[in-house]
Design a protein. Structure first.
Length: 206
């Protein structure tokens, strides 16, 4: 088996290089069918040479064909290695879905807001609000009295949404005795455990 395999390799590598090689050995390419003769002619460069110095007297075309036959496997292997190292055959994982920002959620739920004018209460500003999950779910934030007088009562209504922007309901926070030009922190427990974002719906003061 090893001897036959070696003879096949030698017939391919040294095709056309043995002067006066018997024609019977060319039958090894019979499995190529109608392509056998073109392949034999390409590998051998023509009829078997009878000149003892045929290697030195080969034409440029014969030398180029021989070089192409020897270099083609190396080029193919190098190309496959380059593609493998470049992660060409690695399936790319889709990027993780990014959660929308509060501004994007607001634009999605309330389109064309640029064309709508709403009179808002500027006496009290909600400086910051978010959902705290360090313990039981709760709204935590900071409000500020922008006026020069005490605000006895301020009621702030919040809308809660899940991660996809669907509304889960509204909650309100009542604050009393807001000092002029001062900020006040608040914490409001909520029942909506799926809430992810908070929107300020309304601010009422008395």
């Amino acid at each position: 088996m090893a001897k036959r395999f070696r003879e096949v390799i030698e017939s391919i590598v040294f095709a056309g290089m043995k002067p006066g090689a018997p024609a019977a050995k060319r039958q090894r390419f019979r499995w190529l069918g109608p392509f056998r003769r073109p392949v034999e002619r390409f590998l051998s460069g023509g009829p078997a040479p009878s000149d003892p110095l045929y290697l030195s007297n080969r034409t440029i075309g014969q030398r180029i064909r021989f070089a192409l036959v020897m270099a083609a496997p190396c080029v193919m292997v190098a190309a496959l290695m380059a593609l493998s190292l470049g992660s060409y055959f690695v399936r790319k994982k889709p990027a993780p879905k990014r959660e929308p920002t509060p501004a994007e959620l607001a634009a999605r739920m309330l389109p064309d807001m640029s064309n709508v004018k709403i009179e808002t209460n500027r006496d009290v500003d909600v400086m910051e609000v978010h959902i705290d999950r360090s313990g039981a779910a709760a709204l935590t934030g900071t409000v500020r009295n922008n006026t020069n007088h005490e605000i006895r009562t301020a009621e702030i209504v919040f809308d809660l949404t899940d991660s996809s922007g669907s509304q889960l309901g509204g909650v309100s926070q009542r604050l009393e005795n807001l000092v002029p030009q001062k900020s006040l922190n608040f914490r409001l427990p909520i029942d909506q455990q799926d809430a992810r974002f908070v929107l300020v719906r309304e601010v009422r003061t008395r």
